[in-house]
Design a binder for this molecule. Structure first.
Ligand code: NAD
Length: 426
């Protein structure tokens, strides 16, 4: 039995399937795994705002707390037109597995508003954020549920979240969000943390296979927070970024793109990588952005949205390794096809966990009213990625499991153990 009364979307169906498979592997009772799958709380809210021209418009938002057994719920807020209830639940489940796998004392959550932030003015975006926060206010708090940025939100949006929550409480509560600006208690290193973890994961999987990241040809989909930092840091390791795509299309260079110049161009006004004047534009349009995966390469880093690689893209994909920077970028069919072909997939719940690891460090700094220096934060993120990879790699080898299956089993086991120890009330 599932937790919804209509057909689940693909991402939810697939993560529920993976949890059940992990439960079966662990020989958990059906009642236990179904309890772990069900989200603890799902809140759907209406967000009416006044536009700058005086007219009213209404959006729908969600906040899902999937698991809060091991600590406060933790997960990003996404602003994107395709945000919906089931996708938000599936992303919250992934957060629970991620924090459990990474052994962070946190649960899993996700939130979002079905809105295209690019169609709103800055003032309208602020009004959406404040109204959303006031609607989910009772859910939030440093010990209850701590949001962070995700697709379509950034440090400024987190600053508004912090302010709106703090107004309700009556004093500043920086610890209610992570990924906020430094001036409000944000952490050094948070910006780069997810991309840093993605590149560390790539380096570790290369090492485990007797090779290194240096000289590897990498293709990246998405040049936002995760993709941009992954490109910068991988280039710093001596890898060649041979293709990058975003909503505008695909650029490529066999010799390796000039990543620094690409970053400068996108930071100073180019709305897409195809308008940056770097490399060769090999395709235009969002519908062509997955063509980046068919370029000759060693490593593919999908760092945009879920479901980007389906059967067709998997068939055309050239790389030997896939590092999932995005959440859920492979459909189950693509995953199976790539597995059969011997492509090594490093799953999202590990590969992009540098972000939540750093968010946890930000929470620690907020609790202690301290700010750690950037090298200390970066080193802590990298050390956590290394320690967990060691466990994941050993577990997958010893049990003949893919990294994805091993990560799911380790995550589900940590959740199940915590449930077992706390017991069931009443
Ligand atoms: P972002 O909004 O900063 O960037 C998204 C990028 O993807 C942009 O370059 C955009 O052009 C591109 N994009 C969006 N839709 C696309 C499409 N249909 N085809 C091709 N490109 C498209 O987002 P982000 O923070 O970099 O997040 C990217 C992914 O990583 C998401 O799946 C997110 O859930 C995941 N993630 C982010 C973090 C984090 O710390 N930001 C942490 C863990 C996981």
């Amino acid at each position: 039995m599932t937790t919804h009364d209509h057909a689940p979307d693909k991402s939810l169906e697939s993560i529920e399937y993976r949890m059940r498979e992990a439960g079966r592997w662990l020989k958990l009772e059906d009642g236990v795994i179904e309890t772990l799958i069900a989200p603890r709380r799902v809140l759907e809210v209406s967000i009416p705002i006044r536009r700058d021209d005086g007219t009213r418009v209404r959006f729908t938002g969600w906040r899902v707390q999937h698991n809060i057994t091991r600590g406060p719920a933790k997960g990003g807020i996404r602003y994107h037109p395709s945000v919906n209830r089931d996708e938000t639940v599936s992303l919250a489940v992934a957060m629970s597995l991620k924090t459990a796998l990474m052994n962070l004392p946190l649960g899993g959550a996700k939130g979002g508003v079905a809105v295209d932030p690019k169609l709103l003015s800055e003032h309208e975006l602020e009004r959406v954020t404040r109204r959303y926060v006031s609607e989910i206010f009772a859910f939030l708090g440093p010990d209850k549920d701590v949001p962070a940025p995700d697709v379509g939100t950034n440090a400024q949006v987190m600053a508004w979240v912090m302010d709106q929550y703090s107004i309700g409480i009556g004093h500043a509560v920086p610890g209610v969000v992570t990924g906020k600006p430094l001036a409000l208690g944000g952490s050094l290193g948070r910006d780069s943390a997810t991309g840093r973890g993605v590149v560390e994961a790539a380096s570790l999987v290369c090492q485990a296979n007797g090779t290194s990241l240096e000289g590897k040809r990498i293709v990246i989909q998405g040049f936002g927070n995760v993709g941009m930092w992954a490109a910068r840091l991988a280039a710093g390791w001596g890898a060649k970024i041979v293709g990058v795509s975003d909503v505008g299309g695909v650029i490529a260079s066999e010799k390796g793109l000039d990543v620094q110049a690409l970053v400068r161009a996108t930071q100073s006004g180019a709305t897409s990588v195809v308008d940056a004047g770097i490399g060769e534009v090999v395709a235009r349009g969002v519908q062509n952005s997955t063509k980046v995966f068919s370029l000759p390469s060693d490593i593919a880093m999908p760092c945009a949205l879920g479901g980007a690689i389906d059967k067709d893209e998997a068939t055309a994909l050239a790389a030997k390794y896939i590092i999932e920077g995005a959440n859920g970028p492979l459909t189950p069919a693509a995953d199976e096809l790539l597995n059969d072909r011997g492509v090594i997939v490093v799953p999202d719940i590990y590969a992009n966990a540098g972000g939540v690891t750093c968010s946890y460090l930000e929470q620690c700094q907020n609790y202690a009213h301290l700010q750690w220096d950037e090298d200390e934060v970066n080193a802590s993120v990298v050390n956590t990625m290394r320690a967990v990879f060691k466990r994941l790699h050993t577990f997958s080898q010893e049990n003949g499991l893919t990294y994805r299956a091993a990560a799911s089993v380790l995550g589900v086991k940590a959740l199940a153990d915590a449930h077992q120890l706390r017991g069931l009330h009443p």
